[in-house]
Design a protein around this ligand. Structure first.
Ligand code: ATP
Ligand code: MG
Length: 425
């Protein structure tokens, strides 16, 4: 995909995290990228981009020396999938350098050029020579991520699915219940095809909550990594509603579930390729794969109860995922089970202060309603469609799918968030 002059030339760039929340950039596949920079600023932007979750599979090597160094490097060795060339100079010498490069460049390699000259004639010449994208320095990491990822998502391809990871700050806080209700609302109210992926293989409750008992599910995939492709995953999905399917956990203990950090990668890739929205029910564990599931998601929702241990853990989770995702919207959190009779609580305002962010929702303790829903295998909206908590789930569905043009929730619980997003938009 070729774009011109839309990068840092923007006189009023939005903060990177908001830009990334607005747009949906599909992760790049396992490709090799070599960059030849002329300035330390561009090298730094590329280095920051290489640490972005969307380039986690790509191998990016950065060196200095611009096009001359590239020519030298490729005279005797094959070229990578992507070559990034920074060219500080004026148009003519950029073109001459690229002509020389084309003689040593393998036909399959794509070339990105980073320059300072904002000139449509140069741009046309670059495109004529087969350059894939021209970026104007100074660049932000997200500009590089967008451009590199754009090379591998063809315009004809279906948009790649958005992953929403939901995890609890402590066990039993209601993370799964909230994940399932949000996914159900995404499917029902936004009519977006969604899959709930239950990553709690031993104890997962998604099957119970949706009143499903599928014979197959996520275990069949994770224990047969060689068989995974979109058709195989498709056959493992249990259909819950018109737009909602479930990749269920076995919830049996005859095996143990010790996985490596990359165990779920191919499953999620296959889901992303066919499903617009994937909700990950991430169990309360800190393992290589659970960390990877959170960090690799497009959005993260942490669920916390209003006590001190939850506050500490939520802060740790938010801090670590925020640091690992500098080009993304920060992780969101909600408070659940507030107002338990006689239980002392940390107030939402104190949570907000400690976490430096408002909760995107506060959901009260409603044991009757949640207990009935859990035991009947129903969603809150099926039990009480007009209850304000059902409305909260609908609003969360909109926020987490990036549809923030929403009417204010009647309860007003999401007002601060919506106002904040409106202001930023
Ligand atoms: N707001 C609420 N009011 C009352 N009960 C709730 C509320 N939210 C969730 N629950 C109940 O809390 C229990 C635990 O919920 P859930 O299994 O979703 O938690 P979890 O965080 O996923 O737990 P785990 O750590 O086992 O994965 C369930 O019985 C659920 O119905
Ligand atoms: Mg759970």
């Amino acid at each position: 995909m070729i774009r011109y002059g839309q990068n840092s030339a923007d006189p009023d760039p939005k903060p990177a995290d908001i830009a990334a929340a607005d747009e949906h950039i599909a992760p790049a596949p396992r490709v090799s990228i070599q960059a030849f920079c002329e300035t330390v600023e561009t090298a730094a932007a590329l280095q920051a981009a290489s640490e972005d979750r969307r380039l986690i599979k790509a191998h990016l090597k950065i060196q200095m020396g611009g096009i001359a160094a590239a020519l030298e490097a490729y005279r005797g060795s094959p070229t990578p999938n992507v070559i990034v060339i920074e060219a500080e100079s004026r148009g003519d010498s950029i073109l001459a350098g690229l002509d020389a490069l084309s003689e040593v460049c393998d036909p399959g390699s794509r070339v990105l050029v980073i320059g300072r000259v904002n000139d449509v004639i140069l741009y046309r010449e670059l495109i004529r020579r087969g350059v894939s994208d021209y970026l104007i320095a100074p660049l932000g990491a997200i500009d590089v991520v967008r451009s590199v990822c754009g090379l591998f998502s063809s315009p004809q391809a279906k948009p790649v699915g958005r992953v929403i990871a939901v995890a609890g700050a402590k066990g039993g806080v209601g993370a799964s219940t909230i994940a399932h209700n949000i996914a159900w609302a995404i499917a029902r109210d936004l009519a977006l095809d969604s899959v709930v992926t239950d990553l709690d293989l031993a104890y997962g409750t998604a099957g119970l909550d949706y009143n499903q008992d599928p014979p197959q599910g996520i275990a069949d995939a994770v224990f047969s990594p060689d068989r995974i492709d979109t058709n195989f995953i498709d056959r493992l999905l249990a259909k819950c509603t018109d737009h909602l399917s479930l990749l269920a956990a076995p919830a049996t203990l005859d095996r143990v579930y010790d996985f490596g950090p990359e165990a779920f990668d191919t499953i999620l890739d296959a889901l992303r390729a066919t499903v617009p929205c994937i909700v990950l029910d991430v169990p309360h564990q800190w393992t290589g794969w659970s960390r990877r599931a959170l960090i690799g998601a497009d959005d993260i929702l942490i669920v916390a109860e209003p006590d001190l241990a939850n506050l500490r853990n939520a802060k740790n989770l938010i801090d670590i995922t925020k640091a690992a995702r500098p080009n993304d919207r920060r992780p969101l959190y909600c408070l659940n089970k507030t107002g338990v009779p006689k239980r002392p609580e940390i107030k939402p305002a104190d949570f907000a202060k400690a976490l430096d962010d408002e909760p995107i929702a506060t959901i009260g303790f409603e044991p009757q309603m949640f207990g009935t829903a859990a035991n009947n295998g129903q969603m809150i909206a099926e039990i009480s469609a007009n209850h304000r908590i059902a409305e909260t789930f609908r609003t969360l569905a909109q926020v987490l799918t990036g549809r923030t043009e929403i009417k204010k929730s009647r309860s007003g619980l999401l007002t601060p968030l919506i106002d904040k997003m409106r202001k930023r938009a």
